[in-house]
Design a protein around this ligand. Structure first.
Ligand SMILES: *Cc1c(COP(=O)(O)O)cnc(C)c1O
Length: 385
């Protein structure tokens, strides 16, 4: 293959381009009607009551942590196998990140490790949990909610990898990622490698009116958006800043792209699942490859990850052949920034072992069958030689 095959990439159509152009020609480039429209169609898609569009996934995490009152001295539990933005939102608010190890079979935050932490300390030690639907594999939030309720904790679901994914609850019902039935807040990103893109963009979903109202204010400088809750009124020009917020707004240009992209979200997931099935069929029974076990129907397949021996060798071979596979992720607790808080090697044995062997193969809706076969052939040839 002459051209580079990345691990993930956006899919922009003529319709997407036209939607952006139309907004550029309209009266509002930001704070116009496209934002509310995007929020509405996104909430419908995810099945949540409210959705709040923000500048990016990191801003969504930051505002979520703020709205749940993370402060210095508060401890929040999360997984080391995620993008650093997940953990950083706790630090933005001065809170303390406490890592719990992953389940080596699913690569997700292990609920029994979280339980061990909670049981080892007096109640009130921890404030919240941030599970991640890592790779697009949905966390069983029903189980996490039960545990969180026992200890009076909130949950932020980092669903950046899983819009359109779902798990099956104990009543046999599909529970879509981010639908707000179990987590207090869920967050999404619209970076180009994610399922749908706005260039940059993010969303917070929730079923809580109270949190939604607070988030609306925090997104725009902490200026009270609801006229009923203003403390004073000086006249028609009057606005009132009640707490310290940010400008974390999305533009209408980005929202127009998001709305157009969302119309193909379901189609994109179906293609991702078909690509995953092909990899699964090809790799089944190959002893040199370990896959995420107990595959679930609701997997959104943001990433297709395998664990292999000689991962560095395979990574280099793939690069040589223009296949830009990636490693997701370097464990967060081993980042120099987090080491200053005392985290070190051997703290998270499952995550560290996973990191030695994992590699994310190309996975995106426009990956052609021919390209996928080329990836598979290259891997098979590497382990035969
Ligand atoms: C992409 C991503 C983020 C951050 O989103 P941005 O839009 O890039 O700020 C957070 N968490 C996870 C798991 C992600 O994949």
């Amino acid at each position: 293959m002459k051209s580079i095959i990345p691990y993930g990439r956006q899919n922009i159509t003529e319709d997407d381009i036209q939607a952006v152009v139309n907004t550029l020609k309209s009266d509002f480039l930001t704070q116009g009607p496209k934002i509310a429209e995007f929020e509405q169609v996104f909430a419908n898609y995810i099945g949540s009551k409210y959705a709040l569009a923000v500048a990016n996934g990191t801003a969504a995490l930051h505002l979520s942590a703020m709205s749940l009152n993370v402060e210095p001295g508060q401890k929040v539990i999360t997984t080391p196998i995620t993008f650093v933005a997940t953990t950083n939102c706790v630090r933005y608010c001065g809170g303390e990140v406490v890592f719990a190890d992953i389940d080596p079979n699913t690569f997700l935050l292990a609920i029994n490790k979280v339980r061990n932490l909670l049981e080892a300390s007096p109640k009130g030690t921890y404030q919240g949990i941030i599970p991640v639907d890592f790779s697009g594999r949905p966390v069983n939030l029903e189980a996490f909610r039960k545990l969180a309720d026992e200890y009076d904790l909130w949950i932020i679901e980092d669903a950046c990898h899983a819009p359109g994914g779902f798990f099956i609850d104990s009543n046999g019902q599909q529970q879509k990622c981010g639908n707000g039935n179990y987590a207090d807040l869920a967050i999404f990103s619209f970076h180009p490698v994610k399922h749908i893109t706005c260039g940059e963009g993010g969303m917070i979903t929730t079923n809580s009116k109270k949190l939604y109202d607070r988030l609306c204010n925090l997104r725009t400088h902490g200026i009270q958006q609801n006229p009923d809750f203003k403390l004073y009124n000086h006249g028609g020009w009057y606005y009132e800043m009640q707490e310290l917020g940010y400008n974390y707004r999305l533009t209408d240009i980005q929202a127009a792209l998001g709305i157009s992209q969302l119309t193909r979200a379901e189609e994109g997931i179906i293609t991702r699942r078909r690509i995953a099935k092909r990899y699964n069929d090809e790799f089944a029974g190959k002893s040199f490859i370990k896959r995420q076990s107990g595959l679930v129907n609701g997997h959104a397949y943001h990433l297709y990850i395998i664990e292999v021996e000689d991962r560095i060798g395979l990574y280099k071979k793939l690069r040589e052949k223009n296949i830009f596979a990636q490693i997701h992720y370097i464990p967060c607790h081993l980042m120099p920034y987090y080491r200053q808080f005392g985290w070190q090697e051997r703290d998270m044995p499952n995550a560290e072992k996973y990191y030695q062997h994992c590699i994310s193969l190309p996975m995106y809706p426009t990956l052609s069958q021919e390209e996928q076969q080329y990836v598979i052939n290259t891997i098979n040839a590497f382990y035969k030689s």
